[in-house]
Ligand binder design. Structure first.
Ligand SMILES: [Mn+2]
Length: 445
């Protein structure tokens, strides 16, 4: 695993050297929840991608033009008393061997020593906006250097955002990263199966939420990639439903949008199933429509295709289906052109996936949709949501919310559905959620 991060760093350093640029990448710090309790720490993705280091506060400095060391990590120094209170620290002595950086220095020296390493670089990569205090200190340090005006050893005079070089690297996943994403996908499949098996009328959404978290951690994941969504009934029509606190009702659907994070790499999966194990006619009709749209969209994923093509192919299937079922009326072209479908389908069909659930990476290049390349991972996630108070449709359709989402890797020959082990066909999903079957299976084991 150390190799993976060293390779990322080497690739980024090569780019920085070619651009005559330095980079400063902070891990981020603890966030206060209240008083002296903090939220669980997760390193920022750029920092983790380049180091594999999980301690807060550390700062990576990459300086390819510096003769003495090109990768320098500033870390919290070993401190017996502080470690008793807040946890173990790697420290400056152990960091170079453990992480493969050339030098490690105490964090307290960052702002006084940074000026030693920056001269000779004309540009500087930093992501502004995450931590204004850090930004201020960095601007001051570089400003001081610029005012010295040492002609022979230039100070950085141009700022470059991480999106330009670093995020281009992160967008294309290497084999070691894909291994993490495949593991995340496998655990996610197990968690969705566990939820389907446990779901029954009366169980609280919160219990299923807990079962997801439990399965993710039990199987070695770093947690969930984002806040789990467990939405029974019309809750599914709220795209980012977060309450997760109602009992499931027989005959309603339950939408679960949750993915395991493995070694901080995300998976992002949505499944929708009937509470009690049998879709109603209307639920099944819409479910199979969303599934057909998703399958059509997945087939589009291959090198050279774009997010727009994926979205349009899902949309064509959905609009045809809505017209056939009578949820939309009139001409197909008009329904598409006037966005009549947006009442039922208001989001896009996919986003990049990687260390972040909505991963970095530009969606357009020179104003045009960006073509897929092997190694990129996107979600494919069409849905249909009929608001519970939508008077424009017959009552039997109201309150049905469905989304089906998988994670799809672009391969040289087309694509690979990383999350293919998560059950998806209407019959499979009914089978797994049928209450009598679950009980009999439990009695047998
Ligand atoms: Mn998603």
């Amino acid at each position: 695993m150390l190799n993976m991060f060293q390779e990322h760093r080497a690739r980024f350093l090569a780019r920085l050297a070619a651009e005559n640029a330095a980079a400063i990448v902070p891990a981020g710090g603890l966030k206060i929840r209240n008083h002296d309790s903090e939220y669980r720490f997760r390193p920022r993705s750029d920092f983790y991608y380049l180091t594999g280091f999980r301690e807060p506060d550390a700062v990576l400095v990459l300086v390819p033009a510096c003769a003495e060391a090109q990768s320098i990590l500033f870390v919290n120094e070993k401190d017996r008393e502080a470690e008793t209170w807040t946890g173990r620290r790697l420290g400056t002595a152990a960091a170079p061997a453990a992480l493969g950086v050339q030098r490690a220095l105490p964090l307290g020296e960052l702002w006084t020593r940074l000026s030693e390493f920056l001269p000779g670089h004309t540009r500087m990569v930093h992501g502004f906006g995450e931590d204004p205090t850090f930004d201020q200190k960095l601007l001051a340090a570089v400003g001081t250097l610029q005012q010295k005006g040492r002609a022979a050893r230039a100070a950085p005079r141009q700022w470059v955002e991480p999106a330009l070089w670093l995020h281009e690297l992160r967008l294309r996943k290497d084999e070691a990263e894909l291994d993490c994403m495949r593991r995340a996908a496998r655990v996610t499949a197990e968690a969705h199966r566990a939820v389907m098996a446990a779901a029954r009328p009366g169980i609280n959404e919160g219990e299923l939420d807990g079962l997801l978290d439990y399965t993710f951690r039990r199987r070695g994941g770093t947690g969930s990639s984002y806040g789990n969504i467990v939405a029974g009934g019309a809750g599914a029509c709220i795209l980012h439903y977060r309450e997760n606190d109602r009992p499931l009702v027989q005959g309603e659907l339950c939408l679960v949008d949750a993915g395991c994070e493995w070694n901080y790499y995300a998976s992002d999966v949505t499944r929708t199933f009937p509470v009690g194990g049998r879709f109603s006619r209307e639920q099944r009709a819409l479910y199979e429509l969303v599934l057909r749209a998703q399958e059509a969209a997945i087939l589009k994923v291959r090198p050279g295709a774009t997010h727009d093509e994926v979205h349009d192919s899902a949309l064509a299937v959905l609009v045809d289906g809505l017209l056939a079922l009578g949820l939309l009326s009139g001409a197909r072209e008009k329904a598409l052109a006037e966005h009549a479908y947006r009442r039922f389908y208001m989001h896009r069909t996919g986003h990049w996936l990687g260390l972040d659930v909505h991963d970095c990476g530009l969606y357009t290049l020179d104003g045009a949709p960006r073509p897929f390349e092997p190694g990129m991972v996107t979600t494919v996630e069409p849905g249909l949501y009929v608001a519970p108070d939508d008077e424009t449709v017959e009552a039997r359709w109201r309150g049905i919310g469905i989304r089906i989402e998988d994670d799809v890797l672009v391969t040289p020959g087309g694509h690979e559905v990383l999350t293919r082990e998560v059950p998806k066909s209407a019959d499979e999903v009914e089978d797994l959620t049928r209450v009598e079957r679950t009980r009999t299976a439990a009695a047998r084991t």
